[in-house]
Design a protein around this ligand. Structure first.
Ligand code: HEM
Length: 334
């Protein structure tokens, strides 16, 4: 089904304003990976992945966001090597930014099993995450691109790395910029990829420090729109259930568009780290002008999002004889 038709059916939103068939091809990005890596060994791979992702999103719209985030959280720790998928209490799944938060593992299992049926022991779990992330963006109404492939799967998880390297919603902008720089991503990538928050949900616990200071009831964060603050306080009472969720983009929850950036201009970023891109002192000389540009041009946002996703997908891939092709994404081969 066409992406726009799909999202209109799912959300009933005003998706007709979207750029239809917005294809941007990977140009000028250097990589050890190639877009035709499985052309002869698994020619139907794109169709197989798309079908499972589509049915997962039909079942639960939010799954698109969850799959996009899985790829991001994989790539920032030991590179894009599917280390996040490894089970075990010492794994990345149980790191603070991931536990009770990242989701989509069962969908990845379903994709892997469909792929294994067609092309036994050929396609890595890391590549599946990259394709599923792209498909999730497309099926939510966002841009498409040709995914670079040929990653192999890591043999170890890195829980400490997940705790230290992944950005936190309470991080100041300079910290976030440093965490992106540590994996080779620049300030443009920070702003652009933060636009992934145009879809998906956040738990109260990830932004409640903006609503209450812990010595009283005064709003702790003056860069949060006061009407939105009241709504969020009603949803997330002090000492309430921190797992209740709200949309990261309150304007168009399930649609991949540039409303995330428009929201920042009216102090409606949900996470402290979101609003930092526009409202912090550091933003004036770094990120603010790009937020403004994206709020005016979904075309520019889409184009840059494609470039930044390809860059992120290229973080330290395992190739050649490094790593392995896991048969079960949750465990290394025996
Ligand atoms: C810039 C630093 C970032 C920070 C601090 C951050 C933080 C967060 C937090 C706290 C949540 C909510 C998690 C929860 O409630 O359990 C979240 C959700 C999400 N993030 Fe980020 N994130 C960042 C960058 C990114 C990037 C680069 C992407 C992808 C390109 C991304 C995609 C998402 C998506 C799609 C969701 C919703 C997931 C769902 O609904 O399951 N984020 N992020």
């Amino acid at each position: 089904m066409h992406a726009v038709a799909f999202i209109m059916k799912k959300s009933g939103s005003n998706a007709c304003l979207l750029l239809v068939g917005f294809f941007v091809f990977a140009a000028g990005v250097r990589s050890q990976l190639t877009t035709d890596y499985y052309k002869t060994t698994c020619p139907n791979l794109p169709k197989i992945v798309r079908k499972v992702v589509q049915s997962a999103i039909m079942n639960e719209t939010r799954m698109a966001a969850s799959l996009l985030r899985l790829h991001f959280h994989d790539c920032f720790v030991n590179g894009c090597d599917a280390s996040i998928l490894l089970d075990g209490s010492d794994g990345e799944k149980y790191a603070f930014p991931n536990v009770n938060s990242v989701r989509g593992f069962e969908v990845v299992d379903a994709i892997k099993s469909a792929v294994e049926s067609a092309c036994n022991e050929t396609v890595s779990c890391a590549d599946i995450l990259a394709i599923a992330a792209r498909d999730s963006v497309v099926l939510s109404g966002g841009p498409s691109w040709r995914v670079s492939l040929g990653r192999r799967d890591g043999l170890v998880a890195n829980q400490t790395g997940a705790n230290n390297n992944l950005p936190s919603p309470t991080d100041a902008l300079d910290t976030i910029i440093s965490k992106f720089a540590a994996v080779g991503l620049n300030v443009t990538d920070v702003v652009t990829l933060s636009g992934g928050h145009t879809i998906g949900q956040a738990r109260c616990t990830t932004f409640s420090t903006r609503l209450y200071n812990f010595s009283g009831t005064d709003a702790a964060d003056t860069t949060l729109n006061s009407n939105l603050a009241s709504q969020l306080e009603a949803l997330c009472p002090e000492n309430g259930d921190g797992n209740v969720t709200t949309s990261l983009d309150q304007n168009s929850t399930d649609l991949f568009d540039n409303h995330y950036f428009k929201n920042l201009l009216s102090n409606k970023g949900i996470l402290f780290s979101d609003q930092e891109l526009y409202s912090s002192d550091a933003a004036a000389s770094t990120t603010m002008s790009l937020v403004e540009s994206y709020s005016n041009s979904s075309y520019l946002f889409f184009q840059n999002f494609v470039n930044s996703m390809i860059k992120m997908g290229n973080i330290s891939p395992l190739t050649g004889s490094n790593g392995e092709i896991r048969t079960n994404c949750r465990v290394i081969n025996s």
